[in-house]
Design a protein around this ligand. Structure first.
Ligand code: PLP
Length: 347
């Protein structure tokens, strides 16, 4: 990647090792369940997360949607955070396509939902009520700055779900960032979950793809749902090959992205008038406010002219990834300082 693109970790390109693996991939028709590379990826993911089986899908959005539609029938209720990606940024797909009802709860700054609030949201059997069926958690929690949630908390939610006959799904689009930040095995983070979605195309750099993991029975049903959503792919081994490199070789290095995020946050905090919030980061996201009176659009345009790509307006969110090296962080910081100085003079 030539640009210093700080908009998201979704902008990452496949690495040379991935491109080589893609060119050499053995393939078959995956709708007939005959693609050996897809099988290898699914088996690897299931083992990594300590579950029986896995399913390869084109996107994390489809992984979440297939999970909710597999767990729930029409009219069933899903309990989740008000800021959950599934609720906020996936077009309410489970409601639109599956007639599923969302019951949203406030989220704490550390990404947790109060256990009492979850408990209170689980409706008793009554002819007036939608039937609660599923709790969804997210790890890391994007609505809370990419904070990781602990296995102990996840276990508590899992116990609560089980006591009430509910299932637990984890949107683990950035699960490996959580594992790296907490220094725990990914399997431990999802032990209490009935299903987990992991994404290959964010910090792990694969060009596309996600996996859903769970019991053999759940995955067999999810496979049917994937097909009706249009996600049954044919020679998908070409992209699964990149996914295998992503899962095997790119997980452990995510701590480097957390380091560069802290470097970026520290540099911004030392920049006059800039406010970084929160100051101590857990994973790969940095949030900052521009100094009073500085125009966001002009800031973004001037940085783009210097090859640094940002998105939105103040407070900005920056996301670090494989292509954001410490040298590039230093360049981006000096570009931001130069632009701020120029914009202050003209303001
Ligand atoms: C937590 C979370 N879940 C799911 C998704 C959906 O990913 P995609 O847009 O690649 O389908 C995202 C995307 O950023 C995400 O942040």
């Amino acid at each position: 990647m030539d640009t210093i693109d700080l908009r998201s970790d979704t902008v990452t390109h496949p690495t040379p090792a991935m491109r080589a693996a893609m060119a050499a991939a053995a393939v078959g028709d995956d709708v007939y369940d005959e693609d050996p590379t897809v099988h290898a990826l699914q088996d690897y993911a299931a083992e990594l997360l300590g579950k029986e089986a896995a399913l390869f899908l084109p996107t994390a959005t489809m992984g979440n949607l297939a999970a909710v539609l597999t767990h729930c029938a029409r009219g069933d209720e899903v309990i989740l955070s008000r800021k959950a990606h599934i609720f906020e940024y996936e077009q309410g797909g489970a409601s639109a396509l599956g007639g599923v009802v969302f019951r949203t709860l406030p989220v704490n700054f550390d990404g947790t939902l109060d256990l009492d609030a979850i408990q209170a949201a689980i409706r008793p059997e009554d002819v007036h009520f939608a039937r609660p069926r599923l709790i969804c958690l997210e790890n890391t929690v994007i609505g809370c700055g990419g904070t990781p949630i602990t296995p102990e908390y996840t276990d508590q939610v899992g116990n609560l779900a089980r006591r009430h006959g509910l299932k637990l799904h984890i949107d683990g689009a950035r699960l490996f960032n959580a594992a790296a930040a907490l220094n725990v095995a990914p399997e431990r983070l999802v032990r209490a979950a009935d299903s987990v979605q992991i994404c290959l195309s964010k910090g792990l750099c694969a060009p596309l793809g996600a996996l859903l993991v769970g019991t053999r029975e759940f995955i067999a049903q999810a496979r049917r749902v994937r097909k009706v959503l249009g996600g049954g792919m044919r020679q998908a081994g070409v992209v699964a090959a990149a996914g295998l490199v992503a899962l095997r070789d790119m997980r452990e290095r995510l701590v480097e992205d957390h380091y560069t995020a802290q470097l970026l946050a520290d540099g911004l905090a030392e920049t006059e008038g800039v406010r970084v919030e929160p100051v101590h980061l857990r994973t790969n996201m940095v949030f900052f406010h521009l100094p009073e009176g500085v125009d966001s659009a002009a800031f973004v345009a001037e940085l783009k002219a210097r090859n640094v790509i940002l998105r939105g307006k103040s407070p900005f969110r920056l996301v670090t990834h494989y292509y954001i090296t410490p040298e590039r962080v230093r360049y981006a910081l000096s570009a931001m300082r130069e632009v701020l100085a120029a914009l202050r003079v003209t303001a």
